[in-house]
Ligand binder design. Sequence first.
Ligand SMILES: *Cc1c(COP(=O)(O)O)cnc(C)c1O
Length: 377
Amino acid sequence: MSRIYLSPPHVSDRERELLLDAFDSNWIAPLGPHVDAFEAELAAYVHMPYAAALSSGTAALHLALILHGVQPDDVVVCSSFTFAATANAIRYVGAEPVFVDAAPDTWCMNPAFVEAAIQAEQRAGRRVAAIIAVDLYGLMPDYDALTAIAERFGVPLIEDAAEALGSRRSDGRRAGSFGRCAAFSFNGNKIITTSGGGMLVSDDEQLIDRARYLATQARQPVAHYEHTDVGYNYRLSNLLAAVGRGQLEGLEEKIEQRRRTRAAYEEALGHLPGVQFAPLPPDQSPNHWLTCVTIDAAALGVDREAIRAHLAADQIESRPLWKPMHQQPIFAGCRVYGRAVSDGLFADGLCLPSGSALNDSDRQRIIERIQATPGMA
Ligand SMILES: *Cc1c(COP(=O)(O)O)cnc(C)c1O
C-alpha cells in the first residue's frame, strides 16, 4: 500500500510550464516578472491592493511586526492555539508573546480573552504593540469583534492567514483582508505551495513598499551599496513565484477537493459517538485546509492516539492538532489568558489526511482503517 501523507504538495503540468518559462527566460534570481505577476494575482484574489512576495510566511510575520514598530519588551497578544512560527516571529523582534485561548465556535482566538489580556497588560504598565490573530486550519476568528477591540485600544491587528488562503466570509471578504496586513505561507504542506514561500498583503501601499525594501537587504536606491537600516534577505525567487502562479490558478479546485474530503469523512464517521468535526461557523466558507476531528475516548471506546497509531501502522499519516504555545517549553513562563479550549483540542484532536490529490479509493482506505481501530464502540 502506498503511503498517504497529511497534506502533500499537489502540482500539475501548468506549474511545470511556468517554471520552465522562468528558467528559460534566465530570470532565475533575484526577483523577475513572475514575482511581480504572482504578487498582483494573489493580491487580486484576496481583494487587497498590495502584496510583497517573500521567502516564507514566517518572514512575512517578522516584517509585519517590524513595520508596526514592535520593539523589544513590548507585548504582542497572540493566539495560543497555533503553529510555533507565529510566536517565534514575536521573539525575533525581542517582544514578549502573551497568549490567549481559542473560542470553541471558531477554534481561533477568543475576542473576550484578547480584551482581558490587553486590559491586564496595560494595567501592569506594559505596552501592547500588536495583536496577531491566526486563521487556524482555514477557520477565522470573529473579526468584527477583534477589529472593534483593536480600534478601541489603538493596537494594530495583524492577520496570520498562513493556513487560510481561499477561506471567505458570507459577506464576500476573504482571509487575508482583515487586520492592517496579513501573512500567507506557501510551505510544502499548505493549500498551495512554492516549496517554500510567503506573502505579505495590505491595503497600505507604503507598508508593502517598505516590506520589499527591508526584504531586499534594505538597500538605498543608489549605485553603490548604501544602508541606513538593518535589512533582511527575505524575497521570493522568480522560479518559485512561477510555481506559485500555477498553484494559484488551481486553488479553487483544490478547495473543492478538500471540501469533498471533509464531506466524505463526515458522512462516514460523523455519526460515531464521541467523534466531532471542526466547527463550520455559519458566516464562513473555509478552505478546508485540514479536516480535523476531536475524539471523546469515553464515548468512542478508543482515544485519539489509538486511531493515529492504527492509521500509522497502515502508512497513513495523521497528526494531533497544534500543541498550544502556552504548553511549549520554549514559551514556558509567558502569560496566558484562558487555556481550557486549546488544551482540550490538543488532548483529543486529530488532523486527518486532507491533501487535494486524495481520490475516492484513498478516502475509502482511510475511513475503513479508522472504523477498524481495535476497541472502537
Ligand atoms: C505554516 C505556518 C506559518 C509559517 O509559514 P512558513 O511559510 O512555513 O514560514 C505561520 N503561521 C501558521 C499558522 C502556519 O501554519
